[in-house]
Structure formats: structure tokens, C-alpha cells
Ligand binder design. Structure first.
Ligand code: GDP
Length: 462
């Protein structure tokens, strides 16, 4: 998971709050000290961290004064948790909505950024992302500065089965960009991504070239590609680019393994530019959609039901009937064990588990934190378990496995659990765990029917 170390530290701080018998000023101060130390370690600006601390304290104080805790420590804990959650979201939220490509029209996206930041790689990842979601996508390589840039685009675009345009002989990047965009517009492509040159430094020549290409292709959105490893220095770099190319969105790359990524994200938020994706690896699918609230939710181990639903719907786009069925089930809160199994299978087919599994609330954290190999093994065992269920059990909400008392409350498990454990070569405990995780997932999906209800549900589960 991105920023796993930060997530672990924030989680540890919040769990110490849960363990505290009473919530007084000392407990709050210790908690805030740990949260702030974790943020500083990921290179978040000292001023921003100090602001977060003050705001949390002020919010908690105001809530307590209004009597919202009703004198109970449990309520006090959730007030503190919510204040921290909200302020962490604020820290990464620029408060601006990015442009969203629309189908049935040509959406020109221009990528700018310094050399080595991952621009060319990200252009292909973006094309793949949109292509998978039903947009006819292509890449125009207008980088004539770096030798081999067109070869790199050609190779990665061919591998990704994405159309591309470029030239070995033309030296004018503006001419190539204009020709490429005109050609693809004529061929009715939905998403046309223009990759521009980068330089090692922010030279005026680079900025001039960006402005000229921009004038020639009139992009619907300009995206700046920024390397996470520069941490809070991202603010200065973003401002320098913004002065000349007025970009509308940012993609922060190399978030995998860069402890300073938190600093980069919060620094970008200060410039009031939305981050739309994070680059999380060198492969074509290593691109994660970014939204402030789900990002913090995942970071704190609360899952990302919103992302999960979008993801389920994306997969279902390839099968419209399935899409309708899933949308209806989500609306009615009627996800069966079979639906959940399908979801796990989809996750497994989407690439490295650690990157996607953190979206699924209720999945044990070890799946997210362990190695990909271990994660896949655990998920495979979940599939084996569900393979041993009967059709009726799979289509159920888990109740055939429960024994109910006279008052309708569950009092234990039926012998079906032992049968399934035996049939799948797993243990009764593993089957119980699967049922428990499914129930959490189903409850959260139900809560998600009401906007953001999932967040409260997730917080209650903590
Ligand atoms: P450009 O000069 O900005 O076009 O950069 P490239 O696309 O050529 O990327 C530079 C290097 O960064 C390459 O080795 C890429 O594989 C690598 N890279 C790009 N994005 C990511 C990312 O999200 N994570 C990691 N680990 N490497 C990346």
C-alpha cells in the first residue's frame, strides 16, 4: 500500500486512543504528538502540521463544550477520531474538481513535467486506464528533445495495445503535436494524450515550448507529472509550472517506496490543484485514482468502498447486464457471498493484490501489508472456501451458516461451517473469518447506499 509506513504509525496512534480508559487533554496531546511526528517524517511542511494540530484541538474543544460527548469517553473518542480524519483529508484536499473526460468527444490531455519524473510512463498508464473504461485512447509523442523518447512511447504503447503517433525525422515538437492531435481527432479518438519534452531544470525554453504546444493543440486538461521523492519541494515546482502552463491537474509518480510522498501530496494541495492519480510502480497498471477522502480512509485501514464500487462498475462496464445487476444489488444492500467471491476474483485478476486489496473493507490488514505472494495465497484460500459452498449458500447473505435463537438473534454456527472447512481443506476458523469479513463488507455496502454512510460505518468498526 502507498505510504504504508505512515498508515501504520497513524493507526498505532489511533489505536492507543482506543485503548485509553479516559480521554483527557494529556491523551489528546500524546495522540497529536504521534500523528504530527508521523506526518513530519513523510516530509509534510512543519506549518501545515502545526495547523492540523491546532485545528484538531479547536474542533475537539468546541465539540466537548457543546456537550456532543454526552459525558461519555466512547463518544469523546469518536469526536477525536473524526476531527483527525477530517483534518487529514483537508491536508490533501485542494478543494478543486478536476476535468473529467467525456465519451463521444475528443478529450485532449497534455502532459508536462521535468525529465525523469515518469511522464512517458504515465502517459501510457493513463491511456491504458481510459481504454479499459471504454474510451478510445491514444498517445502523441511530442518529445523531440530526448533521444529515444519516441522509441520508448512506441514500445510501451505497442505493449499496451494503444494507438500512437510520433516522428523520427520531424524536429519541431509543435508540428508533431498538432499533426498527431489532428489525425486522432479525425479518427474519432476519445482520449488523446500529448507527451511533451522534459528538461533537467525548469528552463525558460521548456516553458516556451509548453506554451506553444498548448496553443497548437488546445488541451482540455494539462497534467503536470511530479516525482514524489521531492517531498514538500513539490510546492515550488508546481507553482513554477503553473505560472507558464496553467495546468489543471497533477499526477504524483513513484509513490511506491517513497516515504516523502505525503509531503508531496500535501504540498500540491496548497497550490489548489487536484491530484488525479498516483503512480505506484513501473508497470502499466500501476496507476491509482486519487481522491482525498478515500485516500485517507485507505491510509487509516478503513477501506475505500467508494473506490471499490467504481472499480466494480468499471469491471462491469465490459458486461452491461452485470453492471445493472450489481448497481441494483448495491442500492438494495443485497450483496451475496457469491458477489463477494466474484469481487475477490476480480481483485486477483487486476494485478498486484496489495495495491487493490486496501480498497476492500473488512479484508484482514495482513493481506494488504504482507507480500503480494502471501496476499494472493490468502485470497486463493478464500476462493477455495467459497468453492465448497452450495449454490444456495453462495447466493445467501450468510444466514444458512448461522444458528438463531428463539429471539431471532444468532447464537452460533451450523454444521455447514465444518462441512465447508473439510471440503476446502481449510480450518473452521478460516471459514468463520470469511463469513465475518463478508458480513462486514455487506454491511458497509448497505451503509454506502446513503452518501458517505460507509465512513461512519467504517469508523464504528474500528
Ligand atoms: P520521463 O522522462 O518523465 O518521461 O520519465 P520516464 O517515463 O522515462 O520514467 C523515468 C523512470 O521512472 C523510468 O525508469 C520509469 O520506469 C520510472 N517510473 C515512472 N513512474 C514510476 C512509478 O510510479 N513508480 C516507480 N517505481 N517508477 C516509476
Amino acid at each position: 500500500m502507498v505510504l504504508a509506513d505512515l498508515g501504520r504509525k497513524l493507526n498505532a496512534a489511533l489505536s492507543s486512543l482506543n485503548r485509553a480508559p479516559i480521554v483527557d487533554e494529556k491523551v489528546l496531546d500524546t495522540l497529536l504528538k504521534d500523528v504530527c511526528a508521523a506526518l513530519l517524517e513523510t516530509d509534510v511542511n512543519v506549518k501545515l502540521v502545526a495547523q492540523l494540530r491546532q485545528k484538531v484541538k479547536a474542533k475537539v474543544k468546541a465539540s466537548l463544550e457543546s456537550g456532543a460527548d454526552k459525558g461519555k469517553d466512547v463518544n469523546r473518542k469518536s469526536i477525536v477520531q473524526k476531527a483527525i480524519f477530517d483534518e487529514l483529508v483537508q491536508l490533501v484536499d485542494p478543494g478543486v474538481e478536476p476535468y473529467k473526460p467525456k465519451k463521444g468527444q475528443s478529450n485532449v490531455i497534455m502532459a508536462v513535467g521535468l525529465q525523469g519524473n515518469g511522464k512517458t510512463t504515465t502517459c501510457t498508464k493513463l491511456a491504458v486506464y481510459y481504454q479499459k473504461r471504454g474510451f478510445k485512447s491514444c498517445i502523441v509523442c511530442a518529445d523531440t528533445f530526448r533521444a529515444g523518447a519516441f522509441d520508448q512511447t512506441r514500445q510501451s504503447a505497442t505493449k499496451a495495445k494503444v494507438a500512437y503517433f510520433g516522428s523520427y525525422t520531424e524536429t519541431d515538437p509543435v508540428a508533431i503535436a498538432a499533426q498527431g492531435v489532428a489525425k486522432f481527432k479525425k479518427e474519432r479518438f476519445d482520449v488523446i494524450i500529448v507527451d511533451t519534452s522534459g528538461r533537467h531544470k525548469q528552463e525558460s525554453e521548456l516553458f516556451q515550448e509548453m506554451v506553444q504546444i498548448g496553443e497548437a493543440v488546445k488541451p482540455n486538461m494539462t497534467i503536470m507529472i511530479l516525482d514524489a521523492s521531492i517531498g514538500q519541494a513539490a510546492e515550488a515546482q508546481a507553482r513554477a509550472f503553473k505560472e507558464s502552463s496553467n495546468f489543471g491537474a497533477i499526477i504524483v509518480t513513484k509513490m511506491d517506496g517513497h516515504a516523502k510522498g505525503g509531503g508531496a501530496i500535501s504540498a500540491v494541495a496548497v497550490t489548489k490543484t487536484p491530484i488525479i492519480f498516483l503512480g505506484v510502480g513501473e508497470h502499466l497498471h500501476d496507476l491509482e485514482k486519487f481522491s482525498p477522502q478515500p485516500f485517507i480512509s485507505k491510509l487509516l485501514g478503513l477501506g475505500d468502498v467508494q473506490g471499490l464500487m467504481e472499480h466494480m462498475q468499471d469491471i462491469a462496464t465490459q458486461n452491461p447486464d452485470k453492471q445493472k445487476e450489481i448497481a441494483k444489488k448495491l442500492e438494495e444492500g443485497k450483496l451475496s457471498i457469491r458477489d463477494w467471491r466474484e469481487q475477490i476474483q476480480n481483485v486477483m485478476s487486476m494485478g498486484p493484490i496489495s495495491k487493490i486489496a486496501s480498497m476492500i473493507p473488512g479484508l484482514p490488514q495482513e493481506i494488504v501489508q504482507g507480500s503480494d505472494e502471501e496476499g494472493s495465497m490468502r485470497m486463493k484460500r478464500m476462493i477455495y472456501i467459497s468453492d465448497s459452498m452450495t449454490a444456495a449458500e453462495l447466493d445467501s447473505d450468510g444466514s444458512p451458516f448461522m444458528e438463531f435463537g428463539k429471539d431471532g438473534k444468532p447464537i452460533g454456527l451450523t454444521s455447514r461451517v465444518t462441512r465447508v472447512a473439510r471440503g476446502s481443506g481449510t480450518s473452521v476458523r478460516e471459514v468463520e473469518e470469511l463469513l465475518c469479513q463478508y458480513r462486514m463488507m455487506a454491511n458497509m455496502a448497505k451503509q454506502a447506499g446513503g452518501k458517505n454512510g460507509w465512513l461512519q460505518a467504517a469508523q464504528k468498526m474500528q
